[in-house]
Ligand binder design. Structure first.
Ligand SMILES: [Zn+2]
Ligand SMILES: [Zn+2]
Length: 284
């Protein structure tokens, strides 16, 4: 099956359902002169535009792909230790060597088996957007969930109002179908949004939560609930590691270099400021 099929299907459902809602429910509500529906319809259309924009931004933004080590330059040394320890905010974190990308995965990085790339701050691979969700597009993903929840709630409310006032009920089948689609999706979407609100509060990614990464220890990446939310919405989007030539003159450095420093890890300054990170000298 085509990898993009769930993305195309999700896009199709979103656009066709909203189109049907606009063509039938909204048009008939606006014809009803007993109540002024214009403000709520305008809000509903704005919410839909933000939903679509964030959906497309999640799908088409580089999630934080780390460039693979150049295979010709790379000397695949069997003596390379599989793990290295670093200290982040006074807590020891183990970094694993990625055999495919040939570097030590920076903190919170995981190799996505679907994309076959290491993704920084890997959250999960989302088939509905046909992309990984990671450091550079998590904000768009979370905003997409917020706008989508609001979009479904508004659409469902207006459809229920329409179905409740029309007699007989089957004289407005399109509104009834849209209401059923919204009813079936509203609980999973709000559930997913609540799950991500809880994750941000704890400073975790989905990957860290499902693998119980910090179940027996403190999480070194959390800055406290308020700062986690501030960082999510207010921090500048990090530069891409790929395609840097078109975007700026200086190459953004990988968080850790293997080759430049032999087999010793060397944190780059950006990470030091983000994590107050030290490299432990001992290999594991
Ligand atoms: Zn990798
Ligand atoms: Zn992926």
């Amino acid at each position: 099956m085509c990898k993009a099929f769930p993305f195309i299907a999700a896009m199709f459902v979103l656009i066709v359902t909203t189109g049907t809602f606009n063509a039938f429910t909204v048009r008939r509500l606006l014809e009803d002169k007993s109540f002024n529906f214009i403000p709520i319809v305008v809000i509903s259309e704005i919410v839909f535009i933000f939903t679509l924009l964030n959906f497309l931004q999640t799908a088409f933004t580089d999630p934080g792909v780390l460039q693979k080590e150049n295979e010709e330059e790379s000397d695949n040394d069997f003596h390379t230790p599989l793990f290295k320890n670093v200290i982040i905010n006074n807590m020891t974190v183990r970094l694993k060597y990625c055999d495919t990308c040939q570097f030590y995965r920076p903190p919170r990085t995981s190799h996505c088996s679907m994309c076959n790339r290491c993704i920084e701050n890997f959250d999960h691979h989302c088939p509905w957007v046909n992309n990984c969700v990671g450091r550079r597009n998590y904000r768009f993903f979370f905003c997409f969930l917020m706008w989508l929840s609001l979009h479904i709630v508004l659409t469902l409310s207006l459809c229920i109002f329409r179905c409740a006032t029309v007699r007989p009920l089957w004289s407005d089948i399109p509104s009834l179908i849209v209401a059923i689609v919204c009813f079936l999706t509203v609980f999973p979407i709000i559930g997913l949004l609540s799950f991500h609100i809880a994750l941000i509060k704890m400073g975790l990614t989905t990957n860290e939560q499902v693998t119980h990464k910090f179940s027996g220890s403190d999480n070194p990446y959390t800055h406290g609930c308020a700062k986690n939310f501030i960082n999510l919405f207010c921090k500048a989007k990090p530069l891409r590691y790929l395609g840097y030539k078109e975007m700026c003159n200086t190459k953004p450095r990988l968080p850790f270099f293997r080759r430049e420093h032999g087999y010793k890890l060397q944190p780059n300054e950006d990470n030091v400021s983000e994590y107050s990170l030290q490299v432990e000298n001992t290999d594991v």
